[in-house]
Ligand binder design. Structure first.
Ligand code: FES
Length: 152
């Protein structure tokens, strides 16, 4: 059965009830009406479901929502502030860092995490850090360009 769960998402404390076995990804998309986080593979291989938990990247399909009471969860819906895109979002628009757009929220969440990590300045280091985020359209050249622009 469902149990009461409190989650801090994008700065808001949300009280809901969830079955203990519901993944964070399904909780966001199905229970909390936050569909910005995407489901690609549902088993940790594509990165479409990337969110931040306490500032670090996590594949939300691989963890249970109930485990994250007391954590600070950030989703793609929480990046833009005061009606302004996050600089990484703006860079993806500027550099056409997508084609179909399905992987984009996960790509952007990874790229935002990259800004805080000691990642080498070269394109290969960006590719390595972003290698968990798959783009079926193959928009990698523009994705790397967008990430590099956002680091300036
Ligand atoms: Fe989570 Fe693919 S949906 S990694």
């Amino acid at each position: 059965g469902s149990v009461p769960v409190s989650l801090n998402i994008n700065g808001s404390e949300i009280h809901t009830t969830l079955e203990p076995r519901v993944t964070l990804l399904d909780a966001l998309r199905e229970n909390l009406q936050m569909p910005g986080t995407k489901k690609g593979c549902d088993h940790g291989q594509c990165g479409a479901c990337t969110v931040h938990i306490n500032g670090r990247r996590v594949n939300s399909c691989l963890t249970f929502a109930i485990m994250h009471q007391g954590d600070k969860i950030t989703t793609i819906e929480g990046l833009a502030q005061d009606g302004k895109l996050h600089p990484v979002q703006a860079a993806f628009v500027e550099h056409d860092g997508f084609q179909c757009g399905y992987c984009t929220p996960g790509q952007i969440m990874s790229a935002v995490a990259l800004l805080k990590e000691p990642v080498g300045k070269d394109d290969d280091s960006v590719r390595e850090f972003m290698s968990g985020n798959i783009c079926r359209c193959g928009a990698y050249t523009n994705i790397v360009a967008a990430v590099q622009a956002a680091r300036q």
